[in-house]
Design a protein around this ligand. Structure first.
Ligand code: NAD
Length: 301
């Protein structure tokens, strides 16, 4: 297939570019480089430096069959400080991508966020759980999903949304909603002391980036729908820090600081539907994923 990966110079997007190239597809990356880095994009892919709010030229050049839509304003705090900007990129940008995809008859796979969409969880959240975003970022992601569903009903398209857990792995940047692994490992490498906010008992569902890319590729064959892409396992920040200590071999005590306002206590996704309908399951344990991530981060200065 001919694929466009929006956000293809970013963390997950550039890993997806690699995954698609290794499967023999023609790959185009569309990124405005506001957060991404052109060095992340493999030379076998074509990089189009463009904004998702004006994607026409890049789409005309690439003529895609499939669009993996990952470009976003992905910083929760920015969404609170600048909600209109967040909506411009995440809502208007997604509409423009849907329209550009429609002109080329292309299928869209959209990167939504489980943690941001469900809000506080009382156990692994299935796709049917109530959506209670705690920040404009989550609202704009849910909105994007709804636009995909509306396009499916209106135009008979088969676009798919994936609600990702907290993704980690090589090339993650220490910003965005789940940068904690990159932040902790970067500090340990550089001789710094990682800080845990609150009591460290808050939990997240950490999913390795290669497993996420596999789910995205599998989603291309589905006829619409919304799927969780997580492990179903909760890891507290304290336990994550312990696992990072083991992966890095650096035995340094963390610092503790007061809890941050509005932070979720529990976030965990039920991946059962993706297992049944996409035949997908995470292949990397947390220890394996952290080992691969450290192999990457420890080589960088
Ligand atoms: P990232 O910031 O590394 O990648 C996003 C990319 O989009 C960047 O390269 C950035 O330059 C680009 N971009 C931003 N605004 C743009 C615009 N207006 N036009 C064109 N390009 C633009 O983030 P990531 O962690 O790789 O996240 C990728 C997607 O997955 C995002 O949609 C994010 O919301 C979603 N997601 C990520 C996580 C996670 O844990 N990292 C979890 C859930 C959902």
């Amino acid at each position: 297939m001919r694929a466009i990966v929006t956000g293809g110079a970013g963390f997950i997007g550039s890993n997806l570019v690699d995954a698609l190239l290794s499967r023999g597809h023609e790959v185009h990356a569309l990124d405005d480089l506001s957060k991404g880095d052109r060095r992340n994009v493999d030379r076998s892919a074509e990089l189009h430096v463009a904004d998702i709010r004006d994607p026409g030229e890049a789409f005309d050049a690439a003529r895609p069959d499939v669009v993996f839509h990952l470009a976003a304003q992905a910083d929760v705090r920015v969404s609170v400080e600048r909600p209109a900007f967040d909506a411009e990129v995440n809502v208007l940008g997604t509409i423009r991508i849907l329209e550009a995809a429609r002109r080329h008859g292309a299928k869209v796979v959209f990167a939504s966020s489980g943690g941001a969409a469900y809000g506080e969880c009382d156990g692994p959240a299935p796709e049917s759980a109530a959506l209670r975003p705690l920040a404009p970022y989550g609202t704009s992601k849910v909105c994007g999903e709804e636009y995909l569903s509306t396009w499916n009903r209106l135009y008979g398209t088969a676009h798919v949304s994936l609600r990702l857990g907290n993704v980690y792995g090589p090339r993650q940047m220490p910003h965005g909603e789940a940068g904690v692994v990159a932040i902790f490992m970067g500090l340990l490498r550089d001789g710094g002391t990682p800080t845990i906010f609150g009591d460290g008992a808050q939990t997240r569902d950490y999913v390795f980036v290669a497993d996420v890319c596999e789910a995205m590729v599998r989603a291309v064959d589905r006829d619409g729908g919304v799927y969780n892409v997580g492990t179903g396992a909760e890891t507290s920040v304290v336990d994550l820090y312990g696992a990072i200590r083991a992966a890095t071999g650096i035995d340094r005590e963390p610092a503790f600081a007061p809890a941050r306002l509005g932070e979720l206590r529990r976030s965990v996704l039920d991946p059962g539907l993706a297992g049944r309908e996409l035949g997908w399951a995470p292949r990397h344990s947390l220890a394996e994923g952290l080992d691969e991530t450290w192999a990457f981060i420890s080589r960088r200065s």
